[in-house]
Design a binder for this molecule. Structure first.
Ligand SMILES: [Zn+2]
Length: 202
């Protein structure tokens, strides 16, 4: 049976490796590339290679960066004593949109499942503990997503930092189960403003 020519098959396969892309969508994307002009394909390919080459992890907070420190960590006007802990760089962008957070961030690059003690090592928790041990952090704000895994992650961090630094959590203005990256800027600003001491850390 005649299938797609090999170069097309390869392109479809590459799209299909991306998260959330099934075979039908991969085919549609590949045909869209074929329909475009050659220079458009070149711009697309260059963007892929360029992003991979130039975007790195901030040495302090693990946010996306184009040098050793991200834009937030290298901004002298930001309060280094306040650290908002989030799951993903997308959440940093969501909180930055509010224009209300003058502290810094710590990006976990993941979350914990409620029944998995393991997995904590994959998160950037050691780097967070090192920042706290540095003595300059006055408050840790837990800004994980308001769902089961986000809450489990927040609890694990609370326990690790308990007694070492004041830990607060976002106010419950966020709809339960909703994701921070999709929350409105006013909702996020209020959740930050009305943050309260974390409990459960013991
Ligand atoms: Zn940073």
């Amino acid at each position: 049976m005649a299938g797609f020519p090999d170069p097309l098959k390869r392109l479809i396969d590459e799209f299909e490796r991306l998260p959330g892309i099934g075979s039908k969508t991969a085919e549609r994307l590949a045909f869209a590339v074929l329909r475009g002009r050659p220079e458009e394909a070149k711009v697309f390919a260059d963007a892929l290679v360029d992003a991979k080459k130039k975007v790195m992890s901030c040495a302090t907070c693990s946010n996306v960066a184009t040098s050793e420190r991200c834009d937030v960590c290298s901004d002298a006007s930001r309060d280094q004593g306040l650290v908002l802990v989030v799951e993903h760089p997308r959440d940093v962008v969501a909180f930055e949109r509010t224009g209300r957070w003058r502290g810094t961030y710590h990006v976990l690059l993941g979350r914990l499942s409620p029944h998995e003690g393991a997995g904590a090592e994959a998160l950037s928790l050691k780097a967070l503990e090192a920042r706290v041990a540095g003595g300059k952090v006055r408050e840790i704000v837990l800004g994980t997503n308001p769902d089961t895994e986000g809450d489990a992650t927040a609890l694990a961090i609370e326990r690790r930092l308990s007694g070492k630094v004041p830990v607060t959590r976002l106010a419950r203005g966020l709809s339960s189960g909703g994701a921070i990256e999709y929350a409105g800027t006013e909702v996020l600003a209020e959740a930050l403003r009305l943050r309260r001491p974390a409990i459960g850390g013991g």
